[in-house]
Design a protein around this ligand. Sequence first.
Ligand code: SF4
Length: 143
Amino acid sequence: MERLHALFILAWALLRSLLAPIVGARRGLAAFRASYAKDRLPAVHPDERRALPALSGCIACGLCNEGSAARVAQTNGKFGGVMDLMLASSRSMPDYDAAAASFEAIDDAELAILERRCPTRVPMRAVKAFVLAKAAELDKAAE
Ligand code: SF4
């Protein structure tokens, strides 16, 4: 009986998803904003969505962290290293204000050098640009 109930719910959800665009009941960007603004989650624009896979190539090798221990110590934890920015801090959009503050510790010229060191060629400057752009939208999303 439980299995039948689960199948019914899945079939109903599928039917609703397929019919929503036809009957004009599809929830759009305004509904997304209404649902997620309080969670500080801004919408991702189509061009950003297309760029996202290229931003997630970090394999945690640690090469971009070499030589950054002193800077990590100087910032009292605000900057956790470039690997942290590429692998973790850039993954949670509601926390992008903290990531943006961390990026203040490293400029684009340094990131360009580290990009050449990176075995998977993570586009670190593009990750930074994405994080800063979305961080700027966080407060607007919450309004
Ligand atoms: S060098 Fe590249 S792959 Fe290695 S930790 Fe840094 S960003 Fe990740």
